[in-house]
Write a protein that binds this ligand. Structure first.
Ligand SMILES: Nc1ncnc2c1ncn2[C@@H]1O[C@H](COP(=O)(O)OP(=O)(O)OP(=O)(O)O)[C@@H](O)[C@H]1O
Ligand SMILES: [Mg+2]
Length: 1078
């Protein structure tokens, strides 16, 4: 997604003022207060025009993230809040796009953050410039040169745990696209005295500690070193460990960085060997030894260390030993050798150590340059980054401080020159009249130091080269003579009488009033340090070393190249290199970063106003603001100016159609800003006073609030309206739906009502039609009937004469026939069951069929009886015949009869055959036995009864004794004339015998039997079949029997109940026998 272009400005959300140029009123107090206010709000960067003031926060702030890099990338300098990235971006872009070589000058005192700033600039440029494998390697090498140089050139001081002890200027080279090609590093005056001696609370260069802490045992053995710092005289012990610094880890970082930069393994090893040699040199000690000629002579105390050094460096031990004891001076083919006393020997030793180390450092810089130098010959664009030691004022200031401050003096000079130049150029460019600016120009101080004829450095060189006794005091004297009248030079001995009484000025000192303050220099050591002498014997000894690196570090030791000319002094060397640097810088577009240290405690959040005030003074920052503001305090291109303030004027708001300049003119006229307050340049508006700008800003703020209110108002209106419209729309939708629903409901109701009404109407109509149709049909039918009758009548009337005589009879017969036919057909279906005892019979349908109906019933009954009978077997038939016979004989005559109907006639109740008792009896009877039964024979005389076996055969009737089976009587059936019995329910019967027959001698028999009906019937049937005569059966309640001679009347009476249910028989007299029947 494309990043949204938001027009912002430095002026937005400012804490204090982001640009000191806008400070009103401008004085030291307001300046410091502004810095402090911003510092307290973590705003460590503040501008003075295009200069960045950076206050060291002493803690990591989240303002260097990749996101921040993106924020500042390709943005205008004044668009965002002040940042070192804005300056870096500006520099990089004008290098890339406008083809202007750039230099970034970072100044400030020790610990102010110069080195950090330079690294931030480099990392920013590395982040925004081109990418690609090759480019990235170049970037990596450039960035990794820092840890190497810091290890060898930085040390812990009381001011800074990572203080750069050398000046560094690095040119980064780019191609036309802005891709880095390589770089060149220049170093300035390493503080080599640190190698042999460090002030209290400070350390030697980092690399010594890193080597001893971080090297493997193997490496240490190889270098014949011990890990213990205390073993080495050159290492101060009081601050061997630095808080928050891991020397061992840093050692690995450095080795890694060396590898990336391109050091070969053997090169890195050689470097460490030199470092080890320097360390060990410090342990060489001398003792005095008297010689005959009375001169002092020194001797090495313990040669072990010397031996190890020589083994390490491949130097002949005797050569080195001699070099520590003698000094050879050659002049005009003459060699003079003098012995060294102990002090001189120590001086020589330290000089060697210092030289060895500082040359190693220069070699390192060269070696790095070799690696990082651009590979192509194409034209390069250059961005120089200068990280040089800042202006220093100590209690004891010596040659080093003098040199450093001279350098700063020069930088200030170039700053003034370039700033003014730039300012002037801009005025010319913009066509604005240049007004003279009053400011302090430090050229006069530079002149005091560097003037070739009577400058301090020239004096010093002169002294050093002068034959005769040369001391620091003679040098001071000389200074007193030459510089006494200079208004920036002070000394006790100066001719300027006003200082004569100044007791604060010691005798062995001189004071220079630098642009940044007065500095008192101790003259002691100036001559020596300027000479920077290394005895020739030592350099020759070094040149003879087998160690190629060491050998290469001392080319002047080569006897073949003996140069009798003195080497250039340190001062002149430095002056020359500073001059080169200045020339170099002058060709470039300068960008300034002025670092300020907020406190002396290396602590975050502390802002010491006094300390800051001091720095502001010597950095000349107020001057800087004044210069910048001399003519016009603020300038801005027309477009952004119009863009920012166009809302202040009706004509320009919201859009200005014409050119931006005209717009700004209209705007300023409208706002009635006094004409003397501003000027129109070619591309920029120049505002003389910050007050005017702030007025504009205030108006803008006010107007923005109004606009915000307006926008808010419109937005709210819009929002409410939108909401209202939405609600209305929704309401309409809801209403529509509701109406639709209601209408639907109503419609459905109407429809169903209509349907009901409709159906009623249709029903009514249909019924009406049906009624009419029915009526019509009935009418038609009636008409047809009437017509039929009428026709019938007509026809009958017509035909009557033809069949009146027999038609009625025929019709009658036909009708009758139909009825009978129907009757029979119906009867067929209504027939009762075939059971003879079924009494059911369908009712008679017509009266005239009554007889037929009865007859039919009779016939049906007979038929079904026959059917019934046809089923019988012969035996059954016989039984039924007998039963029928009995029925004919006794039905409705004898009261006993009905009870006999259900009893089957068995005949032989007594089974004579089976009973052995009656065997005789059986044998006596040949015929078939029809009845064999036990009966009661009534005694004729008294009416009492005796049991007798009653047997009936085909021809005879036999009576036998029940017990013995002996036949008592035998009556042939032909002799039986009659059987008598009562009509009542008793079993008495009399068998009448033929008078005169043999059997009748005793008279008739009177019996009583349980099976009277059966016996009488069978007797009747047998008699009939044997004699062909019907036996007379008399049924009467009074009959006569013949007992011997007597005729006795048997009378049946309804007896009393005395004997229960059994009839009793009693002979009343010879004429009467009474039977009482219950
Ligand atoms: N921008 C910063 N953010 C966080 N810490 C910083 C910043 N600048 C400096 N510091 C801290 O301050 C210390 C000193 O900074 P630096 O080494 O850059 O000072 P210097 O100006 O180079 O001093 P010298 O002149 O002694 O070399 C750093 O080690 C770091 O801890
Ligand atoms: Mg530094």
């Amino acid at each position: 997604m494309a990043k949204m272009e938001v027009k912002t400005s430095l002026l937005d959300n400012m804490i204090g003022v982001g640009d000191m140029v806008l400070l009103e009123p401008l004085n030291e107090e307001t300046f410091i207060n502004n810095l402090k206010k911003r510092f307290d709000h973590n705003e460590i960067y503040t501008y003075i025009g295009s200069v960045v003031i950076s206050v060291n926060p002493y803690r990591s702030l989240p303002i260097y993230s990749p996101e921040k890099v993106e924020d500042y990338r390709n943005r205008n300098f004044y668009e965002l809040s002040p940042h070192i990235f804005a300056l870096s971006d500006e520099a990089y872009r004008s290098l890339r796009d406008q083809d202007k070589d750039q230099c970034i000058l970072i100044t400030g005192e020790s610990g102010a953050g110069k080195t950090e700033a330079s690294k931030l600039v480099m990392s920013y440029v590395a982040a925004v410039c081109g990418k690609g494998a090759e480019v990235n390697q170049v970037k990596e090498q450039l960035l990794q040169s820092n840890p190497v140089l810091e290890a060898f050139g930085n040390a812990k001081t009381v001011r800074n745990d990572n203080s750069s002890r050398f000046g560094k200027y690095m040119d980064i080279e780019f191609d036309f696209k802005g891709d880095p090609l390589g770089g060149v590093i220049s170093n300035y005056l390493l503080e080599k005295s640190r190698v042999v001696k460090q002030p209290r609370g400070e350390r030697n260069f980092h690399v010594f500690y890193q080597l001893l802490s971080g090297a493997s045992e193997e490496l240490l053995n190889k270098l014949t070193l011990e890990r213990d710092f205390s073993r080495y005289n050159y290492l101060s012990l009081d601050s061997a460990k630095v808080n928050g610094v891991d020397d061992a880890a840093n050692f690995r970082t450095v080795r890694n960085a060396m590898q990336i930069v391109g050091f070969m393994d053997h090169e890195a090893e050689s470097v460490l060997e030199v470092v080890a040699a320097v360390l060990k040199l410090g342990n060489i000690e001398f003792k005095p030894e008297s010689r005959v000629n009375g001169l002092d002579e020194s001797k090495i105390k313990d040669k072990n260390e010397l031996k190890e050094i020589c083994e390490l460096t491949g130097i002949d031990q005797s050569v080195l030993e001699r070099a520590f004891s003698f000094r050879t001076v050659e002049a005009k083919q003459e060699k003079v050798s003098t012995t060294l006393n102990v002090a001189q020997a120590y001086y020589a030793r330290d000089a060697l150590a210092k030289n060895l180390y500082s040359r190693l450092f220069s070699w390192l810089v060269n070696r790095i340059n070799e690696s990082i130098k651009a590979q192509t010959k194409v034209r390069k664009k250059v961005m120089g980054v200068l990280d040089i030691y800042g202006f220093e004022i100590f209690e004891d200031n010596s040659f080093e401080q003098f040199i450093i401050n001279y350098c700063n003096e020069k930088l200030q000079q170039i700053f003034i020159e370039l700033t003014l130049k730039e300012e002037q150029e801009e005025y010319v460019r913009e066509g604005i009249e240049w007004t003279h600016i009053d400011y302090f120009n430090n050229a006069i101080i530079c002149d005091l130091i560097e003037n070739n004829t009577n400058g301090i450095l020239a004096m010093l060189d002169e002294e050093c080269l002068r034959p005769g006794t040369v001391t620091d005091e003679t040098f001071l004297e000389k200074l007193n003579q030459v510089c006494a009248t200079h208004q920036h030079f002070e000394s006790r001995m100066s001719k300027s009488s006003r200082f004569l009484n100044d007791t604060s000025l010691p005798h062995s000192c001189f004071r220079i009033q630098h642009y940044a303050g007065k500095v008192l220099y101790q003259v002691e050591g100036f001559v020596d340090k300027n000479n920077d002498l290394l005895y020739r014997d030592l350099s020759q000894a070094m040149w003879k070393a087998g160690h190629t690196l060491i050998k290469s570090l001392f080319p002047e030791g080569n006897p073949a190249k003996i140069n009798l000319k003195r080497p250039p002094t340190a001062g002149s060397q430095f002056k020359a290199s500073v001059a080169t640097l200045m020339k170099n810088l002058q060709t470039k577009n300068p960008n300034y970063i002025r670092c300020i240290k907020p406190n002396d405690k290396k602590a975050a959040h502390i802002f010491s106003e006094a300390l800051v005030c001091h720095q502001i003074r010597y950095l000349g920052l107020l001057e800087n603001v004044r210069v910048r503001r001399a003519g016009y305090a603020f300038r801005q291109a027309y477009e952004p100016c119009l863009e920012r303030y166009k809302m202040l004027c009706k004509q320009t708001w919201p859009h200005w159609k014409g050119p931006a300049r005209a717009g700004v003119e209209v705007l300023f006229n409208e706002l009635e800003i006094p004409v003397e307050e501003y000027s129109f340049g070619r591309s920029k508006i120049f505002i003389r006073n910050p007050r005017t700008l702030f007025k504009l800003e205030d108006l803008r703020k006010q107007r923005l609030e109004d606009l915000a209110t307006l926008i808010q108002k419109i937005y709210r209106g819009w929002k409410c309206r939108t909401h209202f419209l939405l609600m209305r729309k929704s309401q309409i939708v809801i209403a529509a739906w509701y109406r639709r629903y209601a209408q639907q409901k109503r419609y459905q109701q109407i429809k169903s009502s209509a349907l009901v009404i409709q159906s009623y109407i249709r029903g009514w109509k249909a019924r009406k039609i049906l009624r009419e149709l029915k009526h019509q049909k009935r009418c038609e039918e009636a008409a047809t009937t009437i017509a039929a009758y009428w026709h019938g009548t007509q026809v009958r009337r017509e035909y009557r004469k033809f069949f009146r005589a027999n038609a009625g009879k025929k019709i009658y017969e036909f009708t009758l026939q139909r009825i009978v036919q129907k009757y029979f057909l119906e009867m067929k279906n209504k027939m009762p069951s075939l059971s003879p005892i079924d009494k059911n019979w369908p009712p008679r349908p017509y009266l005239f069929l009554d007889s037929t109906h009865k007859e039919l019933k009779r016939i049906f009954h007979l038929w079904r009886c026959k059917k019934y009978r046809d089923q019988f077997t012969d035996q059954q038939k016989l039984i039924y015949e007998e039963k029928l016979e009995a029925s004919e004989l006794f039905k409705d005559k004898k009261a006993l009869y009905p009870s006999s109907v259900g009893q089957p006639f068995q005949g032989a109740y007594l089974e004579i055959n089976k009973n052995p008792k009656y065997k005789k009896l059986k044998d006596a009877i040949e015929e078939k036995i029809i009845i064999a039964e036990v009966v009661n024979k009534i005694n004729r005389a008294n009416g009492k009864s005796t049991s007798r076996i009653f047997l009936l055969t085909n021809n005879n009737l036999l009576l036998a004794d029940q017990k013995s089976g002996q036949i008592k009587s035998e009556v042939p059936l032909v002799d039986v004339t009659k059987v008598s019995m009562s009509s009542q329910n008793d079993g008495f019967f009399a068998v009448h015998l033929k008078e005169g027959s043999e059997a009748a001698s005793k008279g008739d028999f009177l019996f009583s039997s349980d099976h009277l009906i059966e016996m009488a019937t069978k007797l009747y049937r047998t008699t009939l079949s044997q004699t062909k005569q019907k036996l007379n059966i008399e049924i009467s309640d009074e009959f006569l029997v013949q007992f011997r001679q007597d005729k006795v009347c048997v009378k049946f009476i309804q007896g009393n109940q005395k004997n229960g249910s059994v009839p009793t028989c009693k002979r009343k007299n010879n004429r009467l026998l009474e039977v009482a029947v219950p």
